[in-house]
Design a protein around this ligand. Structure first.
Ligand code: DP6
Length: 359
């Protein structure tokens, strides 16, 4: 499938004004996307659990205009956020070819997150996918031809990717693959697709409790972070290893082997951070409490035989992953032992979910 698939047809019945709302979740990568090329194309395949409770809700108000160029304003929790506007402007530039109506309307983008803004939880995946879905919904209503759900989802994911790579994995759920892989049919660099093979019941409703270790601004933006992979001495090895980890996961998802799952997922998190520590410039994004939490998880696992494990994004927060049948025990472990290492004791319980929804 090529980018030409997503070029628009002709529009009819375009209204003067209206509004549309979508809710889109965040996602947590098990095999990480870290390194890109071209326009938002991944250097390796990644796979993620779509989340449920961490989401963005976006309402897009639109009104026909006669002037040329884009016209939009962004509001977060009711307050104008001019700081977001350059990113949205760049997003619109990338989308224009696929959604020519962007220049015909002025937009008011009202957005809010279910998680605190300064939590260090990346809002780009949920935020960009929610906006992409609103725009895609307009295209569906205005296009003369009938649109299949499959095309809708693929193009929404394709558009979301142009805003933020990981956003393309937030349209659907619970397990999404992004990046062409020889062993995964229909996988694509252009959009995320549902993981197509058998998944053992051990992975149903998998839990992810996000421990908010550091609530500050990100030390390294993901754009800068991906850029660090360009001249990285270990880059090729890393991309190969990610693609090999995907192959290992195919067996693991089928057999339900949680020990192998833990090994792959924790290794992926540490590899991501190893890449940052060995790039130029170099960064340490983990905090002392991140390490303390990791050690406590390992100790708990050794002592109890639990299948709890951790993963990390490009920051200090820890995602604690565990099977649904351990929800009660691991929640009390988190409350009694791990919460003390979080800023203000804060964490968010989440679980794998089915993707975005229209509101
Ligand atoms: C570490 O999707 O935020 O979370 O495409 O530049 O917006 P951009 O990057 P982004 O990168 C996410 C990186 C990651 C790993 C992952 O989600 O796969």
């Amino acid at each position: 499938m090529s980018e030409a698939t997503f070029l628009p047809g002709t529009y009819s019945n375009q209204p003067q004004s209206g509004r549309i709302s979508w809710r889109s979740p965040s996602n947590i990568a098990l095999v990480k996307y870290w390194g890109k090329h071209g326009v938002q194309l991944p250097k390796n395949t990644s796979v993620s659990f779509t989340l449920s409770n961490c989401f963005t809700e976006t309402t897009l108000h639109y009104k026909k205009k006669e002037t040329a160029g884009y016209n939009f304003e962004v509001y977060l929790d009711g307050n104008r956020e001019e700081g977001f506007e350059p990113k949205i402007s760049q997003f619109f530039d990338r989308l224009q070819k696929y959604l020519p109506f962007l220049e015909q309307y002025s937009f008011r983008i009202e957005t809010s997150n279910s998680f605190p803004h300064s939590s260090g939880i990346a809002s780009s995946a949920s935020g960009m996918s929610a906006l992409a879905l609103c725009l895609m919904d307009l295209e569906r209503s205005w296009s003369g031809a009938e649109m299949t759900d499959d095309h809708f989802d693929k193009k929404a994911s394709f558009l979301a990717r142009l805003g933020s790579g990981s956003a393309c994995r937030s349209i659907d759920g619970p397990l999404i693959v992004w990046g062409e892989h020889p062993e995964i049919d229909n996988s694509s660099d252009l959009f995320g697709t549902k993981y197509p093979f058998e998944v053992h019941s051990n992975f149903m409703n998998y839990r992810d409790t996000i421990l908010l270790v550091d609530k500050g601004e990100k030390q390294v933006s993901s754009t800068v972070g991906h850029g660090l992979m360009k001249d990285h001495p270990y880059a090729e090895q890393r991309f190969e290893q990610a693609n090999a980890n995907i192959v290992r996961l195919i067996d693991v998802f089928k057999s339900g082997d949680l020990d192998a799952f833990i090994e792959i997922v924790e290794s992926e998190a540490l590899q991501l951070h190893a890449m940052m520590m060995t790039s130029l410039p170099y960064f340490i994004l983990m905090k002392p409490n991140t390490l303390e939490i990791i050690n406590r998880i390992w100790k708990y696992r050794n002592e109890t035989g639990s299948k709890v494990c951790f993963t990390l994004d490009a920051g200090a927060n820890v995602h604690v992953l565990y099977p649904a049948n351990e929800a009660a025990e691991v929640s009390s472990f988190i409350e009694s032992e791990l919460a003390q290492f979080c800023k203000n004791g804060s964490f968010i319980h989440d679980l794998a979910g089915i993707g975005a929804q229209s509101l």
